[in-house]
Design a protein around this ligand. Structure first.
Ligand code: ZN
Length: 265
């Protein structure tokens, strides 16, 4: 008997993010404020009977008054789960909009959000964040030190299968130690490539992005991953996508590129 995994996007909202670096909540259909970026946040959850896995951890309450860990709790409740039920969290890269949800200040002091979870991160990435941590905001520095001492951190190494059905691959690009995360269980195949393939707008476009640390590498991997998703039937999980962040690439046309089919969840 194969157990069918349940895969869901835990949508935390769509935000306008400007120079103040705070996340201002907007509607999905809104434009961002002048000079600001529009950014949606979707950690993904995979429930496969034995494990309740997250791919990236959401924004928690780190980015101003309009961000709250309650959204994560409510999202889990919709799936009849609590924060205690999460067993493993895999982190694509260590930017704070992907890790801040690992801890929260709901009660006025830092607490680990998912007390039962192993948190799988890049060792090189974690050390690098430690070396450069003083370049971050005060809140980010506090959060880092709290996680460093209190989270159940487990380090990923390249091309490893840390737990059953999970494969990770260091792809670099957006950051030096950026990972692509894969869930593979028979016909059920999912890939999450953080900000290398973070939205539908990244599909079918060749571009070098300003926000990538290694734009050439990112571009190359973005194309490789789309090809893999199409040929091997992976559903793409797009962390920053506003509308239907789970989708398949279902056909290919020389001029139009891949056709995108949304997947519910
Ligand atoms: Zn991001």
């Amino acid at each position: 008997m194969s157990n069918q995994p349940r895969v869901s996007a835990l949508y935390e909202g769509t935000f306008s993010v400007g120079k103040d670096k705070l996340f201002h909540r907007i509607e999905k259909s809104d434009s961002p404020n002048k000079g600001a970026l529009k950014l949606s946040i979707n950690p993904f959850m995979i429930q496969d009977g034995k494990h309740n896995i997250l791919f990236d951890a959401g924004i928690g309450d780190l980015f101003g008054k309009e961000t709250s860990i309650q959204i994560m709790f409510e999202n889990l409740e919709k799936h009849s789960l609590s924060e205690h039920d999460i067993t493993d969290i895999f982190i694509s890269h260590l930017h704070f909009d992907h890790i801040a949800g690992l801890a929260n200040r709901e009660h006025g002091f830092w607490e680990i959000t998912f007390p039962g979870a192993s948190v799988w991160v890049s060792e090189g990435g974690w050390n690098r964040l430690r070396e450069n941590i003083d370049q971050n905001s005060e809140d980010e520095i506090d959060l880092f030190h709290f996680l460093d001492s209190k989270a159940d951190l487990k380090f990923l190494s390249e091309k490893e299968k840390p737990i059953p059905n999970i494969r990770v691959e260091q792809i670099g690009g957006h950051t030096k130690f950026h990972y692509a995360l894969f869930y593979e269980n028979g016909d059920h195949k999912y890939m999450m490539a953080g900000d290398v393939l973070g939205s539908k707008g990244a599909v079918n476009r060749s571009y070098k992005a300003k926000y990538d640390e290694f734009p050439d590498q990112s571009m190359e991997k973005r194309e490789e991953l789309q090809k893999l998703a199409f040929e091997e039937g992976y559903t793409i999980m797009a962390y920053h996508e506003t509308n239907s962040p789970l989708f398949n690439l279902v056909s290919y046309d020389e001029t139009k590129g891949y056709k995108i089919d949304n997947v519910s969840g």
